[in-house]
Write a protein that binds this ligand. Structure first.
Ligand code: HEC
Ligand code: HEC
Length: 328
C-alpha cells in the first residue's frame, strides 16, 4: 500500500518533469531539439500520466470503495441452514480455501485454512499476491460479525470496507440472502485451525494500473442489491442458472455461460453449451461426475468438474436444463 502510493507519487512527479521538458523542447532554438525533444518528452509525459492516472484509479477502487455498512444480522444457525451451507461451501469455496498440498495447490479437503497464492499459482503473480483466507474460526473471521462475513460475500469487501481483489470478481454477490446466511452459519461450525503464513491481498502498482484499466474483467455497473431471493428450487432452466451461479460456472464461462475471451487473468474459456447440446442428460451426469467427456477426453485441471460432481441429481438436472435452454 505505502509502496504503491510512492509509485503513484513517482509517476505524478515524472509526468510534471517530462511535461516541463516537453515545454522546454518546444521553445528550443535548434530545430532538431525542438522536434526530437518534444516528441520524445511528449510521449514520456503521456506514458507517465497514463500510469499515474490508471494506478491512482486502481488504488482508489481498492482502498476507497465506499462500501455500504455491514448488515446488522445474527444468523440463527439452524440445522437446515448449516446443512445447506455445508453443501454450498463444499462444492464451491473449498476449491480455493482448502489448505495447500505439497504441489502448492488447494487440497480440496478440510480444513479450510487457506493460504493458496492464487495469483502466483495461476500465472499472474506479476500483479502481486492474492492469498486465500482461513475460513475457520482459527482465522480472522472469528473477529467478524455475521453481517461482516455476509458483506464480504455480497459486496466483496473486508472488515474495513476495502476491496477483496479476488472475491469481488466472483459470482457470490448473486447468492440469495438465505444461502449467504447459510454459508455464514456453516463457517461458524468449523473446527478452528490456525492460519499458516500470510493471507489476503498484496497487490503491487502494476496490479493497480491493470485494475484501474479494468483489465481483470471486474464488474462495473451498480453495487449488488441488499436483498436477493433465489428462484424456486426445482429442475428448471431458471433454477439451473442459479446453480451455475453458486457452482461457479458463470464465474469462468461468462455471465450467460457462453464462454469468455482471454483477459489479464487467464486464457479464453469455451462455450460449454455447444458440447452440452449434443449430449443426453445421462451423458451430462456421467461427464460432470467422472471428469471425462463423451469422446473419452478428460477435462484438464483448469476445468474444476469436481464441484459439479458434488451436486445433487436435481441441481445437476437443473444445470442441464439451463445449458440446453435458449441463452438467458
Ligand atoms: C477462485 C478462488 C476463490 C473461491 C472459489 C472463493 N474464494 Fe474467498 N477468497 C479468495 C481469495 C484469493 C481471497 C483473499 C482476498 C481476495 O483476493 O479476494 C479470499 C478471501 C475470502 C474472505 C476474506 C475476507 C476478508 O475480509 O479478508 C472470505 C470471508 C472468503 N474469501 C469467503 C469465501 C467463501 C464463503 C467462498 C465460497 C462461497 C469463497 N470465499 C470462495 C479466493 C476464493
Ligand atoms: C475455474 C474456471 C472454470 C469453472 C469454475 C468451470 N469451468 Fe468448465 N471449463 C473451463 C475451462 C478452462 C474449459 C476448457 C478446458 C479445455 O481446454 O478443454 C472448460 C470446459 C468445459 C466444458 C467442455 C467444453 C468443450 O467443448 O469441451 C464443459 C461442458 C464445461 N466446462 C462445463 C462447466 C460447468 C457446467 C461448470 C459449472 C459447474 C463449469 N464448467 C465450471 C473452466 C471452468
Amino acid at each position: 500500500m505505502i509502496g504503491n502510493l510512492l509509485f503513484l507519487a513517482l509517476f505524478v512527479g515524472l509526468t510534471f518533469l517530462f511535461g516541463w521538458l516537453t515545454w522546454r523542447a518546444i521553445r528550443a532554438s535548434k530545430l532538431w531539439v525542438k522536434i526530437a525533444g518534444s516528441i520524445g518528452a511528449g510521449l514520456l509525459t503521456a506514458l507517465c500520466a497514463a500510469l499515474a492516472f490508471l494506478g491512482g484509479k486502481g488504488l482508489a477502487a481498492m482502498y476507497l470503495p465506499g462500501a455500504n455498512p455491514a448488515p446488522d444480522i445474527t444468523v440463527a444457525g439452524t440445522a437446515d441452514q448449516i446443512a445447506r451451507g455445508e453443501y454450498l461451501v463444499n462444492l464451491s469455496c473449498i476449491g480455493c480455501h482448502s489448505a495447500v498440498g505439497a504441489d502448492g495447490r488447494p487440497t480440496e479437503a478440510h480444513p479450510l485454512s487457506g493460504g493458496w497464492n492464487l495469483s502466483a499459482s495461476e500465472g499472474f503473480g506479476f500483479i502481486g499476491d492474492m492469498v486465500t483466507e482461513n475460513l475457520t474460526p482459527g482465522g480472522k473471521l472469528a473477529g467478524y460479525s455475521d453481517g461482516e462475513i455476509f458483506r464480504a460475500l455480497r459486496h466483496g469487501v473486508n472488515q474495513d470496507g476495502q476491496l477483496l481483489a479476488m472475491m469481488s470478481l466472483l459470482t457470490y454477490n448473486q447468492l440469495s440472502n438465505e444461502d449467504t446466511e447459510a454459508i455464514v452459519a456453516y463457517l461458524r461450525t468449523l473446527d478452528a485451525t490456525a492460519t499458516d503464513g500470510a493471507t489476503g491481498d498484496n497487490i503491487n502498482y502494476l496490479g493497480d494500473v491493470m485494475f484501474g484499466a479494468g483489465m481483470f474483467g471486474q464488474p462495473t455497473g451498480p453495487a449488488a442489491p441488499d436483498t436477493i431471493t433465489a428462484p424456486p428450487q426445482g429442475v428448471t432452466a431458471e433454477y439451473g442458472k442459479y446453480v451455475a451461479t453458486f457452482g461457479e460456472c458463470r464465474g469462468c464461462h461468462g455471465p450467460d455461460v457462453t464462454g469468455t475471451e482471454a483477459s489479464a487473468t487467464g486464457p479464453a474459456i469455451p462455450n460449454p453449451r455447444l458440447l452440452v447440446a449434443t449430449v443426453s442428460q445421462e451423458q451430462f451426469f456421467t461427464m460432470m461426475r467422472s471428469g471425462v467427456k463423451p469422446d473419452g477426453v478428460a477435462f484438464p485441471e483448469t476445468m474444476p468438474w469436481q464441484s459439479a460432481a458434488k451436486m445433487t441429481d436435481d441441481d445437476l438436472a437443473a444445470l442441464y436444463a439451463y445449458l440446453t435452454a435458449p441463452v438467458q
